[in-house]
Write a protein that binds this ligand. Structure first.
Ligand code: SF4
Length: 338
């Protein structure tokens, strides 16, 4: 049976968007070994994907070349005798480990002129494959063939033991129905719905009997505190208090997840929860959540999407003018559709 090493994306959201590729490989090659090479910050989501056998640690920082370390890792992987590597990031450095590991077939898009590093090169037709998930899934097929449609349904496994431990450790009750908020966005402030809007939404939901849990990393702890304080007891700040594995498990309990365009938005979709996705400076065209039930909420303002990390016009109307009342309506709509 073939042994495949996938060089996984460096972003949590992209790792989720790659899951249809893994599912397609699993369907085509049921007995194959499919391992993923991934950094520590995306490894927890890959470990929850039933298609992946083993996650191999890629001990490199974002953007770090680390040539000698990549050579050592590649050399160390030679004994595993992989038949094929599929390289998902488009960077030159991401194709080095499979090359150093002497993996005979090394597949991916050309990306940063990876002549020689890759020897099974796919051509990207951005018009025919607008979705990032389709582009990744294309790599399961022969070059020149588009991704098989429809993309397979995928999902993350939930760890029941870890979930129970997280509930206990964080003192969380399941007595009330839960709405989860993901108020962070690693990319920058222009993707973040304002904290006072999240707080106003939390107050409305609390008045209807919901518990609101806030999810995010340590970097989001401060905004989580601000939302919790302004919510007048309506929201519980879990930002920085869960690891990613516990966030996956706890998000699985939410009736609805309200999220900025972020990695956690894709995680929420991965655990099958209805998602209300708030878009400002970015576009849902390429990377919408793969949720069975989701609503995209945006103002459609003329300057959007600008893809800037901070609002270049200073007014930030794309997010400020998305009123909590509108998001409340979208929550009701996504619940009806779920
Ligand atoms: S320029 Fe427009 S789309 Fe970009 S952040 Fe400002 S308001 Fe939003």
């Amino acid at each position: 049976m073939p042994k495949i090493l996938i060089v996984a994306p460096n972003w949590i959201g992209d790792a989720l968007l790659a899951q249809p590729l893994f599912a397609r490989l699993r369907k085509k090659l049921p007995g194959a070994v499919i391992d993923a090479l991934a950094p520590a910050w995306t490894a927890p989501v890959l470990r929850r994907m039933p298609e992946i056998d083993e996650v191999v640690d890629a001990p490199f920082d974002h953007g770090e070349l680390a040539l000698a370390a990549r050579w050592r890792l590649g050399r160390g992987l030679r004994s595993r005798r992989y038949d094929k590597a599929i390289v998902l990031p488009n960077t030159f450095k991401s194709a080095l480990v499979p090359f150093f590991a002497n993996i005979p077939l090394r597949c991916g898009f050309l990306g940063e002129a990876r002549y020689g590093l890759l020897n099974l090169v796919h051509k990207l037709d951005a018009k025919r494959s607008p979705l990032m998930a389709e582009r990744y899934a294309q790599l399961a097929e022969e070059p020149g063939t588009n991704a098989a449609q429809p993309l397979p349904q995928t999902g993350l496994a939930v760890g029941e033991v870890n979930l129970a431990a997280a509930l206990r450790r964080l003192g969380l009750s399941r007595a009330k129905p839960v709405v989860a908020f993901c108020p962070g966005a690693e990319y920058g402030p222009s993707k973040r719905w304002p904290a006072p809007h999240f707080a106003a939404l939390a107050r409305k939901l609390a008045a209807q009997g919901y518990a609101v849990w806030l999810f995010g990393s340590e970097k989001d702890r401060a905004v989580g505190e601000e939302i919790a304080a302004e919510s007048e007891g309506g929201a519980t700040n879990l930002c920085g208090r869960t690891d990613l594995a516990s966030a996956i498990d706890l998000l699985s309990l939410a009736e609805v997840v309200v999220s900025n365009d972020s990695g956690l938005m894709h995680v929420a979709a991965g655990v099958g929860r209805p998602v209300v996705a708030l878009y400002g400076s970015s576009s849902p065209e390429h990377t919408p959540p793969l949720a069975r039930s989701h609503r995209i909420v945006r103002t459609g303002i003329e300057c959007s999407p600008c893809f800037a990390r901070e609002c270049p016009l200073g007014h930030f109307k794309c997010m400020k003018e998305l009123a909590p009342e509108r998001v409340m309506e979208e929550i009701a709509a996504v619940r009806r559709a779920a």
